[in-house]
Design a protein around this ligand. Structure first.
Ligand code: SF4
Length: 206
């Protein structure tokens, strides 16, 4: 499939599912776009991700006065828990994704499930930020990417050691170090314009 055809197919397939798609040259352009869209008075939930961390989005939102619910700001387990719960009812929610398929699906794999919960329901506006490396041709490839690439690399980043960290792929473990207790597929949106996919022409994250 040519690049132009892939772009058109992805846009058309997400549009049919009430999901907007916007393309950007870089993650810094996406950051500027998000900061221009969100009023300073809004509350914002952040789904923990390497992509958003590399954009320093939480810092930028805090600097302009937004109340930001980012679990990495928590100093104690109780604070982290309250931030995760608070992020479920923010005005805006921003997350990356583990894979988006050209047929119009968004796949995420989570440890405790707070991120997939907020993406699915709660915040009125949701931005999903991904690099072009997260795009897959099919839904099946998106699921494989989430389990075999995202989960092991995120486990390693977070300091967990489930078997996939060593194997390099999912072995469907029951390890106490398991990192994927919730796997979600967003098939579309009931409310039009709630969810927008922001895609950078760069590679970032897992
Ligand atoms: S089930 Fe276990 S092996 Fe598979 S991705 Fe999750 S943590 Fe890794």
């Amino acid at each position: 499939m040519s690049d132009n055809f892939r772009v058109k197919a992805l846009e058309d397939n997400f549009a049919k599912r009430n999901i907007n798609v916007l393309w950007f040259n870089s993650f810094q352009e996406i950051k500027k776009y998000i900061l221009a869209q969100i009023p300073n008075t809004a509350t914002v939930g952040i789904g923990n991700s390497k992509t958003l961390k590399s954009m320093e989005l939480t810092t930028a939102l805090c600097d302009v006065g937004n109340k930001v619910f980012d679990k990495t700001l928590g100093k104690t387990p109780e604070e982290v828990r309250e931030i995760k719960r608070g992020s479920l009812l923010t005005d805006y929610y921003i997350s990356s994704s583990n894979a988006v398929s050209i047929d119009g699906r968004i796949v995420n794999i989570d440890h405790s499930g707070n991120r997939v919960a907020a993406i699915a329901y709660g915040p009125d506006k949701v931005y999903i930020v991904v690099g072009k490396n997260k795009i897959t041709e099919t839904y099946e490839e998106a699921m494989k990417r989430a389990r075999n690439i995202s989960a092991p690399l995120n486990a390693k980043r977070a300091g967990f050691n489930p078997p996939c960290v060593f194997a390099g792929y999912c072995v469907d473990c029951n390890s106490p170090e398991r990192v994927c207790y919730a796997v979600s597929t967003i098939e579309g949106q009931h409310v039009k314009n709630r969810l927008t996919l922001l895609i950078a022409n760069e590679d970032e994250g897992f």
